[in-house]
Design a binder for this molecule. Structure first.
Ligand code: FVH
Length: 294
């Protein structure tokens, strides 16, 4: 992309596995890159590649209009921000550290008090993918800062902007991570089931990957059903789906495989049917999930 850049200078605070990959991507793309890390020895590979090492976070932030922070956790971010009081006025601070929505909102308030603009982003990929592989980067916060520096952020991967609420990217990230863990912990339990029955685990996993691919198409449809409150018989009517559950759970109990989630599914199905919705599908269980009305 040869369009003029908003800036050719960028600062990166934090040179762990991810921070180093981020700084390297900026150096490789010709940005004047300034780096800082608590353990200064980690700056060496990046300095060798053309980056400039700063002695402390404040000097590093002063060197560029925009600073990317990528540290282990929110406690680390707070520690570094404490050393940046009075040093960020007029700057753009982009925090890519994993954390929850409320921390992102707190950093946004801190930045505003300090006269800086703030973006929060979450990196959904592994360090080697930065700059080249499948990187998803939800970002939220100052729309002006996002529009001014969108291209710099896109050097790292596929960026999606989630609005002015600084916590929105973290909401997306937490939901994505949790949904993947929900799927994968269930997958591992079914691997235990398949192995307990002496079946082919890898073959099962390959066939399940196909099934999961088909489920992917169902997710937006189910979200639409939730939004409209109208539930089609997805995966079939609950009357039919529920009929399997006693045998499915009895089988897992018989071979010692965890069934806590299957018991939750059965209980929700039975309640939904008792409420008169046996002709609707799995998405209708949403109505029974105790979520405080927003
Ligand atoms: N690594 C991954 O695969 C995941 C992929 C998805 C996104 N995550 C998030 O990225 C953040 C950084 O993760 P990381 O893999 O770079 O983590 P480390 O390699 O352990 O580096 C941690 C850096 O944080 C610095 N640090 C820790 N505590 C402090 C502190 N109190 N003050 C200042 N810096 C601190 C640490 O410094 P040092 O130990 O080298 O001196 C590293 O630079 C993270 O949020 C992941 O969830 C990565």
């Amino acid at each position: 992309d040869t369009s003029p850049r908003a800036t050719d200078a960028v600062t990166v605070l934090g040179l762990g596995a991810m921070g180093s990959a981020i700084a390297a991507a900026f150096v490789e793309r010709g940005y004047r890159t300034t780096v800082w890390n608590r353990t200064s020895s980690k700056t060496a590979p990046l300095v060798a590649a053309g980056a400039t090492a700063a002695a402390n976070p404040a000097d590093a932030v002063a060197a560029s209009p925009i600073t990317v922070i990528c540290l282990l956790d929110t406690a680390a971010v707070d520690a570094v921000l404490d050393s940046l009081v009075g040093a960020v006025a007029g700057k753009v601070i982009v925090d890519l550290t994993s954390g929850g929505p409320d921390h992102a909102r707190a950093v946004a308030r801190w930045a505003e008090d300090q006269g800086a603009e703030h973006l929060d982003g979450k990196i959904m990929s592994d360090p080697p993918d930065i700059g080249s592989g499948p990187v998803t980067l939800p970002v939220s916060g100052s729309r002006r800062a996002f529009e001014a520096h969108e291209q710099l952020l896109r050097e790292l991967g596929t960026v999606t902007y989630h609005g002015e609420d600084a916590g929105a990217a973290a909401v997306e990230f937490m939901a994505q991570v949790a949904a993947c863990y929900e799927l994968l912990i269930g997958f591992l339990h079914t691997v235990a089931l398949v192995r307990a029955e002496g079946a082919d685990t890898v073959g099962f996993a390959e066939r399940l990957a196909e099934t999961v691919g088909q489920l992917a198409g169902l997710l937006p449809t189910m979200a639409h059903a939730v939004e409209t409150g109208t539930y089609p018989p997805d995966l079939g009517p609950l009357d039919v789906q529920a009929a399997l559950m006693p045998d499915l759970i009895a089988h897992r109990d018989a071979i010692g495989v965890e069934s806590v989630r299957m018991r939750e599914v059965r209980e929700l199905m039975d309640r939904r049917i008792a409420d008169g919705h046996g002709d609707e599908g799995f998405s209708g269980l949403f109505e029974l999930l105790a979520v405080a009305a927003t």
